[in-house]
Ligand binder design. Structure first.
Ligand SMILES: [Zn+2]
Ligand SMILES: [Zn+2]
Length: 434
């Protein structure tokens, strides 16, 4: 039982640390032990090590470790991709010799497909273009989405690429390029997740989630079958004396089943413990699609929420498309999107509505009076055109919604936009200031 308990504890520990590393910063978990532990591991422990190293080697060890850490997190390299590839492959090599001979034809066929798909989608997500904005496709990328005059304003230029930033794009400092509908830079695929590969990324999460769940449940059932053959009375029923075992005996029998095929048992445990993590990430990305937003944009929306809480956010209506003179010089004349911005959102330093000199020209787009905005739900998300169309946008990046909705009556186009569904991110990003 000693070896089994050690394996179980190590696997449990690894899975828990992965969970803390991934989810410790989610605002939903802000006041939970998960966030405290995350802070302890990522802030207090490094600070302690740094202080110790300052005394012992006057900081030499930590500075080289920090360089290595920066390289791992912020440079373009395939180490984490290789780690993920090895985790999959070594797991399968350890699992299969015990499991394969016990499987019927159906499970062998399904298992082969389940094992192959993560490799296929890993390849496609990692090695396909996420939507790099180049001088050749700049015009096409500019017409991908209209500006929403809230998160993305026309006229912004990327300081590195020296080109106008298309709406929803972001410059990735790791890849050193602007990426269309940038979600985030993912170190697992050593690539950005953007307009052209988000679907591969979502399928990678789905296939990995399916593999870990399938492999975990299958391994568990194989272990249970063996254990039952060895201990026919193996059944947990502490509430009825004589009908089954108490918890301790039941666990000892599990331990025997695990020890009988340690490699498969360990992989089964790891698969079962990491599966919720993968499903959680998949759920988060499906939620983003449902909201018509990206990781990058949800962080910007949560900054807007902070501005609204302080009373610094104001909105007013945009003029109808035909009468919009201002900023049209840098706004794309045509987009494939079926809707257009009908509001502009600004923040002011003073907490007062934006003013302009009496008699002078109003420098801001939009018409009418400014009104304060207190809740995200009171502003529209131009990029949310309903779950299924959002899904089409992710899976068919070049699909033109205008083609199927043509001719678009202006009012019809506007009604497709949904109210903002809120955000989950918490990273500060600069907002446009007026
Ligand atoms: Zn750029
Ligand atoms: Zn990147």
């Amino acid at each position: 039982m000693g070896a089994v308990a050690t394996i179980a504890l190590v696997v449990l520990g690894i899975a828990f640390m992965i969970f803390v590393a991934f989810f410790g910063r989610l605002p939903a978990l802000r006041r939970t032990p998960i966030a405290w532990l995350h802070r302890f591991i990522w802030v207090h422990v490094p600070a302690g090590v740094l202080a110790l190293d300052q005394r012992v080697s006057s900081g030499r060890v930590t500075s080289s470790c920090a360089r290595f850490g920066t390289y791992i997190m912020y440079d373009k390299h395939p180490l984490v991709l290789i780690f993920y590839f090895l985790l999959l492959s070594v797991g399968e090599i350890l699992y299969l010799p015990t499991a394969w001979p016990q499987l019927g034809a159906v499970h062998r066929a399904a298992g082969t497909v389940a094992m192959a798909l993560p490799y296929v989608f890993l390849y496609l997500a990692a090695f396909s273009d996420p939507g790099t904005v180049t001088s050749e496709n700049h015009g096409a990328e500019m017409s991908r989405y209209p500006y929403d005059f809230a998160l993305f304003h026309p006229g912004a230029v990327c300081a590195t690429c020296r080109r106008l930033k298309p709406a929803r794009s972001k410059h990735c400092s790791v890849c050193r390029r602007c990426v269309a509908r940038a979600d985030h830079h993912c170190i697992f695929i050593n690539n950005c997740v953007g307009a052209r590969n988000t679907h591969w990324f979502v399928l990678l999460l789905a296939s990995t989630g399916a593999l870990t769940l399938y492999g975990g449940v299958l391994g568990l059932s194989l272990m249970a079958a063996k254990t039952t053959a060895r201990y026919p009375a193996w059944r947990l029923a502490p509430w009825r004396s004589g009908a089954g075992m108490d918890f301790a005996d039941w666990l000892v029998c599990w331990g025997w089943g695990l020890q009988d095929g340690v490699a498969m048992g360990a992989v089964t445990l790891l698969a079962l413990l990491t599966s919720p993590l993968v499903w959680g990430l998949l759920g988060y990305h499906v939620w983003l699609v449902y909201c018509g937003t990206t990781t990058n944009e949800s962080m910007k929306w949560s900054d807007w929420q902070a501005e609204m809480d302080e009373g610094f956010a104001f909105k007013r209506a945009m003029a109808p498309a035909g009468q919009r003179a201002k900023d049209l010089r840098v706004e794309p004349a045509w987009t494939r999107w079926p809707a257009e911005a009908e509001q502009i959102l600004v923040r002011t330093e003073s907490g007062q509505p934006p003013r302009h000199p009496a008699g002078g020209q109003d420098p801001l787009p939009g018409v009418g009076e400014w009104e304060p905005v207190w809740r995200l739900k009171d502003v529209e998300n131009l990029y949310d055109i309903g779950f299924w169309d959002n899904m089409v946008d992710v899976f068919f990046p070049n699909f033109s919604f205008r083609d199927i909705h043509e001719p678009v009556a202006e009012d019809n186009a506007r009604r497709r936009v949904r109210k903002n569904k809120g955000t989950m991110g918490d990273e500060p990003e600069p907002l446009r200031n007026y």
